[in-house]
Design a protein around this ligand. Structure first.
Ligand code: COI
Length: 425
């Protein structure tokens, strides 16, 4: 890592024993992060992190992010309620962000033993983690993940969207997977700290979001099938744009009739990592045929809609918006739940129930929802070699209306009457 030596640096180290290592990262941390870390947050920074305040904000730091990518930081003036300092944003091509992994500066990590509770965690420089080859996650898939996003707003704030919902869903999943889980408060503190520590990776307003990926895993070694003796809760982040390569244009789905995503009594209703590996084969085959993704049917009757590989599905008929009810095989999406409320507020009738394949083929409009995909309109569905198209190539009226209402809330462009957003500044 190369430090720009032209900057005057005033060190605000949290731990006096931390010694600035040669080539240490030059990171400007928002004053709020310092406050949080000293007071309300129950975590600590560990070496080699240095919290530094640059007294000369005109400097540009150039460093390698540890993945042989040279990253430049440039200045962006962000008006903030608490500060009028010029904050850095990473110098990347913000106009062409896709949904791909990009390493950032810090990750949050905490561990606990089986039967214990998670306690103090710490922010570490982002990097690889070490696991025993016999770790529960590697051998028996004992792991869950979450996904949520942080948005930079026009007035310099940072918004999280319904993070408590992710915390609660993780706790439900952890119970199903025999794992300890962080409390809602711990989860919230860890997410906030990770986002603030990686603030320069949050895309400028309108260019995307910072995707936050909490992981909960059995990290201890086991050989006989049993819960792992140790657990790790980790959060990393990555700036993202649109999930589908189509961007906001309608996607083309194929209905899978042989492979299933989930079965009754299984783990389809929680965000276990294995649910996602299980769909790769069908998804790969669909993509090879030119489809965007796969829509799964229930495994018993092969007649009712379940969900798409990475998102929930909705059908629109007249003024009624229907989506498969949560019944153990369908992920209780936070965007799904939010869209149901937004649609209700907009005067639609919403229904959570069994939705048949015939209703899908007869719908006026179809769209998908998820944290990563947000609201994605569906342009066509192919089922048993029959292709049904929706609208005339453009984005459906209802999908567009709901997308706009939801993202306005998420990005702080509309008044949040629901109290869904959490401001970080
Ligand atoms: C999300 O939408 O956040 C997910 O977890 C789906 C994932 C496959 C990207």
């Amino acid at each position: 890592m190369v430090l720009n030596r032209h900057c005057q640096i005033q060190t605000l180290s949290l731990h006096s024993e931390e010694i600035m290592e040669s080539g240490a990262i030059l990171t400007r941390v928002h004053p709020n992060l310092l406050n949080l870390s000293r007071t309300s947050l129950n975590f600590k920074f560990v070496s080699p992190i240095q919290l530094q305040k640059q007294s000369h904000f005109g400097c540009i730091s150039n460093y390698s992010n540890g993945n042989n990518n040279n990253v430049n930081s440039l200045r962006l003036r962000v008006a903030s309620p608490t500060s009028n300092l010029a904050l850095e944003v990473a110098d990347i091509d913000w106009d062409n962000l896709g949904f791909g992994f990009m390493p950032t500066d810090y990750m949050y990590i905490t561990k606990c033993s089986h039967g214990d509770n998670f306690s103090e965690g710490e922010l570490q420089r982002f990097g690889n983690i070490e696991l025993s080859p016999s770790a529960g996650i590697l051998n028996y898939g004992q792991g869950l993940f979450e996904g949520l996003k942080a948005y930079r707003t026009d007035d310099g704030n940072i918004l999280l969207f319904r993070p408590e919902e992710n915390a609660l869903r993780l706790r439900v999943g952890a119970e199903r997977m025999c794992m300890p889980s962080p409390t809602v408060e711990q989860f919230m503190e860890a997410v906030k700290a990770t986002v603030l520590a990686n603030e320069r990776w949050i895309p400028p307003p309108g260019k995307g979001s910072l995707y936050i990926r909490p992981l909960l895993m059995g990290s201890g070694a086991v050989l006989g099938l049993a819960p792992a003796p140790e657990y790790t809760f980790l959060i990393y982040v990555s700036p993202v744009g649109n999930y589908f390569k189509e961007g906001l244009a309608p996607i083309n789905l194929i209905v899978e009739t042989e492979m299933h995503r989930a079965t009754p009594g299984g783990t389809g209703g929680v965000k276990t990592i294995g649910n996602y590996a299980a769909v790769l084969k069908a998804q790969g085959a669909a993509k090879a045929k030119g489809f965007s993704d796969v829509l799964y049917l229930d495994s018993v009757h092969k007649r009712y809609l379940e969900e798409v590989s990475s998102c929930n599905v909705f059908v629109v008929k007249g003024n009624v918006i229907s989506t498969p009810a949560i019944k153990g095989t369908i992920l209780p999406g936070i965007t799904r739940k939010s869209i149901l409320d937004v649609a209700l507020n907009q005067g639609f009738k919403v229904e959570e129930r069994l939705v048949t394949i015939d209703e899908l083929l007869d719908a006026d409009e179809v769209f998908c929802t998820g944290t990563a995909v947000v609201v994605s309109p569906v342009g066509s569905i192919t089922y048993l070699n029959k292709r049904v198209t929706y609208g005339s190539d453009g984005v459906g009226r209802v999908s567009e209306q709901l997308y706009s209402a939801l993202t306005s809330l998420q990005m702080g462009l509309a008044e949040d009457k629901m109290g869904w957003t959490v401001e970080l500044k």
